[in-house]
Design a protein around this ligand. Structure first.
Ligand code: 13P
Length: 258
């Protein structure tokens, strides 16, 4: 299986989100093999987008959540509130939140635990900055982020935790990481996850790549067995680009006979 996650970030309001959701559904029409598809609109657009995707195979994700079910947390949103509008996935630890909102590893850890306890699926973002990469610290940084976010986490039954490797320097830069480099990091993450979660299948811990994915480079990533899917920002709000990415995923699934 291949998973595509569309992170619309803070780019589109309610009306545009509804149109985009309709367009996204059209990209699936007539295809025999379709990837697992999760769209993550802004919080305010979730309930309208839900109406569009309600009877489709598309799942809804949120871009953030708080770690308590209710209480005096002005401006925050809980898992229960998200569930009310049909959300089942939550992006956590995105580098934009780590940087702009100073989200710490500890906060991300609390969110991962909370989301899992509420039977939702976390999409945990990890990745190194340009400086860390240049200093040769990529593996060290990723390892530390995984340890901190996933300590005391148990993946039971059919639960899943999606890991999105998003090198910070590749996000929104138009400069995607090379396929070779992504494979190398994914191999590292995979073996570390096997250490952290012995006996848990890799299908329950898919590893996705994100960072300047577009209609042209998507196939190159998706055809690799080590890359379970893509987390897409900018190209997910350009319907032609996104259509090409869905098409690339379909071709890969067909070639794999899955
Ligand atoms: P871009 O695809 O725009 O580089 O964004 C990637 C991302 O941050 C997805 O979460």
């Amino acid at each position: 299986m291949k998973t595509l996650i569309a992170n619309w970030k803070m780019n589109v309001g309610i009306r545009e989100s509804v149109a985009l959701a309709r367009g996204t559904l059209l990209t699936l029409r007539g295809r025999k093999l379709i990837p697992e598809l999760v769209i993550c609109p802004s919080t305010i657009a979730l309930s309208e987008v839900r109406k569009v995707v309600a009877r489709s195979s598309v799942s809804l994700g949120a871009q953030n959540v708080f770690w308590e079910s209710k209480g005096p947390y002005t401006g925050e949103i809980s898992t229960r509130m998200l569930q009310e509008v049909g959300v089942s996935y939550v992006i956590l630890g995105h580098s934009e939140r780590r940087q702009e909102l100073h989200e710490t590893d500890e906060m991300i850890h609390k969110k991962v635990l909370y989301v899992l306890s509420e039977q939702m699926t976390p999409i945990l973002c990890i990745g190194e900055s340009k400086q860390q990469r240049e200093a040769g610290q990529t593996q060290e940084v990723i390892r530390a982020q995984l340890i901190s976010a996933l300590s005391q986490v148990y993946v039971r039954g059919s639960e899943r935790v999606l890991i999105a490797y998003e090198p910070v320097w590749a996000i929104g830069s138009g400069e995607a990481s090379s396929v070779g480099e992504v494979i190398e990091i994914h191999q590292y993450i995979r073996s570390f996850l096997q250490e952290l979660f012995p006996g848990v299948s890799s299908q329950q811990l898919p590893i996705l790549y994100g960072g300047s994915v577009d209609g042209e480079n998507a196939y190159g990533f998706l055809r690799e067995e080590m890359i379970d899917g893509l987390l897409i920002g900018g190209a997910s709000i350009k319907i032609n680009q996104f259509n090409d990415i869905v098409e690339a995923a379909g071709e890969v699934l067909e070639a794999q006979g899955t």
